[in-house]
Design a protein around this ligand. Sequence first.
Ligand code: MG
Length: 271
Amino acid sequence: MTVATLRRPALFVLVAASAFVSFAWAQNDTLGHQDTPILPGTEWHVHDGLRPQPPVIAPAAWDGKPVPAPSDATVLFDGKSLDNWRMKGDKPGAWKIEDGAMVANRTGDIQTKQEFGDCQLHVEWASPAKVESASQGRGNSGVFLHGRYEIQVLDSYENPTYPDGQAGAVYGQHPPLANASRKPGEWQTYDIFFTAPRFEGDTLKEPAYVTVLHNGVLVQNHTPIAGGTAHMALAKYGDAKATGPFRLQDHGNPTRFRNIWVRPLASAPTP
Ligand code: MG
């Protein structure tokens, strides 16, 4: 037996092993999940890390000053008081107020006392300036419309994660059309245009729709919402409610919020 024939099996093993490694690499979803249900109408799993990443774009320059509310808006947070907010179980708002912002402080989610139907909502938020952790662990929070449909808040500045979980996503359903994130610590804006779901009795007649501008960039365009936000599962609608509060998520990261105002919109007439 020559040295060459001795080497051949070793070479085969090497080639086979490298092919397996490449295959495994191509299938390796380190950013998300492949063991979750397929989102209806798509080829992607819920939180699929292999789903195409939205293009990264730089939003327009901004001086970072709060965007003034129009005359008919209801100011929900003016930087001074949590009077319009409450915790679970009807407890008073417990987030910290610091330098005109309310800050998630591991006391749980906070939500408005008032409920809304169709509306325009303006929210300013900032991820922690000090970068800690990565992916979903970095500046995670969220704006829940009707207390149940989450527009994800995340530090998505040079922070890869699964696309349906990055800033501006309808969490677990629709990635944003673009990643328009500013740097951690910088103020960012969400302008959210929400059409509440329509029910007939207990039956869903029309899903909710949402349009979102992130730092002035369109990231959701009249996107149908498949139901209440779920983690690693398909969303579904729960009880038939025409209105609900806004809820801000305390995901354990000290995300800041300020200058939150809403313009309730006249609901479409019921046929
Ligand atoms: Mg979140």
